[in-house]
Write a protein that binds this ligand. Structure first.
Ligand SMILES: Nc1ncnc2c1ncn2[C@@H]1O[C@H](COP(=O)(O)OP(=O)(O)OP(=O)(O)O)[C@@H](O)[C@H]1O
Ligand SMILES: [Mg+2]
Length: 363
């Protein structure tokens, strides 16, 4: 996705110059002429960074900045203050209110672009760090709960199975059976939590994506047989994909988890297709599509969250695991779905840039 920048300035010439510069280098740009307009546009445009002039009618840059930094949703949004005032106190005031950077007019467009780039890089790192910390804390909590639950669960399951075997009253046998089913569900969840822990770190080395896909398809084929379904898994792969930095084992788990969902989404008979295709921007797409039950918009929003499941036997960790692995590969995973029609999962990987062909030297 292209980075989004909101430029706030009351002078046309600045708006035109800055937006032309950033649009030329691939950013998505929105403009505002004062603080009030900027604050209205922020929730709609959702910028990744704001360039903010200080002297503006209606609401000046400082007040706008103060408001942005006092709201939870915009507290971490980087802001570069841009002003004709070069006095030290003004810079200090801007930075104290919370501006990430400060540039005095007249400025060079290159300098502004370089600072924007560096702030965006920092923001991406901070977001990743926050996410990693959140995932680590969640992982620790889940691990603790799993540890506490395991022993009592073994006892409950064992007792229920004994009751089921020796009980003659059909009603009581049914109760015991229900307990066993629920215990099995929790056991599966614990197994998934263990699996989640083992994929926590991906070690990347050069590898062939086609081998990974072949492995995941074999695993999925066995799963189809076990489920007793009639599902064809078709592959349309680039014949010689460029070598990619990967953790082949983890990536196979990610692709299998996606395929497993497709198999589960097909009731009895259906088709799953896996394609790989290059894109113009040096990325490669791995697309898994199925003609299963699909899902609605509400379900789509939360599918990567841990323990989000619509299945009795599900732990809701398959896509959380896949997301994590793809992210560790520097890639992205997105899902589109139509209820009753099917689902398309797209994984995008950034390929290492190809070496430039050497310029022939004339002798
Ligand atoms: N291909 C798909 N078609 C329809 N729904 C899907 C598909 N993939 C995912 N989902 C929905 O997203 C939810 C979350 O998927 P996820 O793989 O994370 O968990 P799960 O399959 O329920 O359990 P687990 O993978 O841990 O066994 C599923 O329960 C299902 O509702
Ligand atoms: Mg799943």
């Amino acid at each position: 996705m292209r980075p989004r920048i909101l430029i706030v300035d009351d002078e046309d010439v600045n708006l035109v110059l800055l937006s032309a510069k950033f649009e030329r280098v691939g950013y998505e740009v929105e403009k505002a002429r004062d603080g009030i307009e900027a604050l209205q546009k922020v929730p709609i445009f959702a910028p990744d960074l704001i360039i903010l002039d200080v002297m503006m009618p209606r609401m000046d840059g400082y007040e706008t900045l103060r408001r942005l930094k006092s709201r939870e949703e915009t507290r971490y949004l980087p802001v570069i203050m841009l002003t004709g005032k070069a006095e030290v106190e003004d810079k200090v005031l801007g930075l104290e209110v919370g501006a990430e950077d400060y540039i005095s007019k007249p400025y060079s467009l290159q300098e502004v672009a370089a600072r924007v780039k560096s702030l965006l890089r920092m923001r991406a790192l901070q977001t990743k760090l926050r996410e990693t910390e959140k995932m680590a804390a969640l992982g620790e909590m889940v691990d603790g709960i799993a540890h506490e639950v395991r022993n009592p669960l073994t006892a409950i399951g064992g007792m229920a199975r004994r009751l089921y075997e020796h009980e003659t009253d059909p009603q009581h046998r049914e109760y015991a059976e229900r307990i066993i089913k629920s215990v099995e569900r929790l056991e599966r969840m614990l197994h998934r939590v263990d699996e989640y822990k083992t994929i926590l770190v991906s070690t990347l080395v050069k590898g062939d994506i086609n081998n990974v896909i072949a492995g995941a398809v074999r695993d999925a084929g066995e799963f189809v047989d076990n489920e007793g379904k009639e599902i064809t898994i078709k592959t349309e792969l680039m014949p010689q994909p460029p070598p990619m930095d990967m953790d082949a084992g983890n990536l196979r788990v990610a692709v299998f988890n996606v395929l497993q969902n497709s198999v589960e989404a097909i009731e009895k008979k259906g088709e799953i297709k896996i394609e790989t295709k290059p894109t113009f921007d040096n990325t490669m797409l791995l697309v898994v599509s199925d003609n299963g039950c699909g899902m609605g918009k509400d379900d789509l929003r939360t599918i990567f969250n841990p323990f989000q499941t619509s299945k009795f036997q599900g732990a809701g960790l398959g896509l959380t695991i896949a997301y994590r692995i793809i992210q560790d590969h520097g890639g992205e995973i997105t899902v589109e779905s139509t209820p009753g029609k099917g689902t398309v999962v797209t994984m995008r990987f950034h390929l290492p840039s190809l070496p430039r062909p050497a310029t022939p030297v004339k002798v």
